[in-house]
Design a protein around this ligand. Structure first.
Ligand SMILES: Cc1cc2nc3c(=O)[nH]c(=O)nc-3n(C[C@H](O)[C@H](O)[C@H](O)COP(=O)(O)O)c2cc1C
Length: 254
């Protein structure tokens, strides 16, 4: 028996079947990408953060022309920035000073931590012009690998500015480095004292390192504490168990 398949669709228009197949393949691809990340380097951390395509950072330097004393004496809150992108080397150096691993054997970091439990997470909001070779968007620092995980794409600095009492410095900077605390990492051992004291204290340690490193690099930064916590968490895309503690706009000096 010969079955002749006839269709009323003209040969130069895609048949309904072809369109359905295309839609099904697209839906399947999107599902595989979103759920399993099969088409890129996508990692889902235990805390719900989804990261793709890690960005390596240049090795940090450990010498400077500026002494610690000179950096302390010169440090000021600087709220105006030049319209130039940061070099990736500069960003890597700032992140290393904030939370970088300084002892590979033990995993100890640049800033002290109660019980070496390291409850801080460091996010970088890259604006435009932000950092050479990096698209605008949100990134998260991975201290052990000294690299950045890419989060969401797109310039969220205007939204971050609005969340930070409309402070112009937040949008004018090349990047905003945002410190988050994960209380549970510390309260397991230290109870309420961990969340009430130790975690904010650690943000202070890390933040001062960042300020002094910016000074030594000839960059400008200001510690910003005025912002809406929930709004900042949403903008950055941080998991619900993380709370923002400090925002540091950083840029070149005008
Ligand atoms: C916890 C804390 C929160 C701050 N929040 C802001 C802020 O939201 N916006 C701002 O412009 N400066 C902020 N600052 C910076 C202070 O205004 C600044 O440190 C102070 O005026 C002293 O100046 P100096 O940092 O140049 O020594 C904050 C500083 C600290 C320590």
């Amino acid at each position: 028996m010969i079955i002749v398949y006839t269709s009323d669709v003209s040969p130069d228009r895609p048949s309904r079947r072809a369109v359905l197949v295309l839609l099904a393949v697209t839906a399947l691809s999107l599902t595989l990408e979103l759920v399993f990340g099969v088409f890129g380097t996508v990692r889902r951390d235990g805390d719900g953060w989804t990261a793709r395509d890690p960005v390596p950072l240049p090795e940090p330097r450990e010498v400077s022309e500026l002494s610690v004393e000179a950096a302390i004496a010169a440090r000021r809150s600087r709220r105006d920035y030049a319209d130039r992108a940061l070099e990736r080397r500069e960003l890597g150096q700032l992140l290393w000073a904030t939370q970088g691993v300084t002892d590979r054997r033990s995993g100890y970091r640049a800033a002290p931590s109660a019980g070496a439990l390291y409850p801080l997470e460091v996010y970088v909001v890259v604006g435009s012009p932000g950092v050479e070779g990096l698209d605008s968007g949100v990134y998260r620092y991975r201290p052990a690998a000294h690299e950045l995980d890419r989060g969401s794409a797109g310039d969220v600095q205007p939204a971050l500015r609005e969340a930070a009492a409309d402070q112009a410095s937040v949008e004018a900077a090349a990047v905003d480095i945002v410190l988050f605390g994960v209380d549970e990492r510390t309260t397991g051992r230290y109870g309420e004292r961990g969340s009430e004291r130790y975690v904010p204290m650690e943000a202070g340690h890390a933040g001062e390192n960042l300020c002094l490193q910016a000074e030594a690099l000839g960059l400008a930064t200001v510690p910003v504490g005025a912002f809406g916590d929930d709004r900042v968490r949403d903008i950055v895309g941080a998991p619900a168990d993380q709370r923002p503690l400090y925002v540091f706009p950083v840029g070149a000096r005008p």
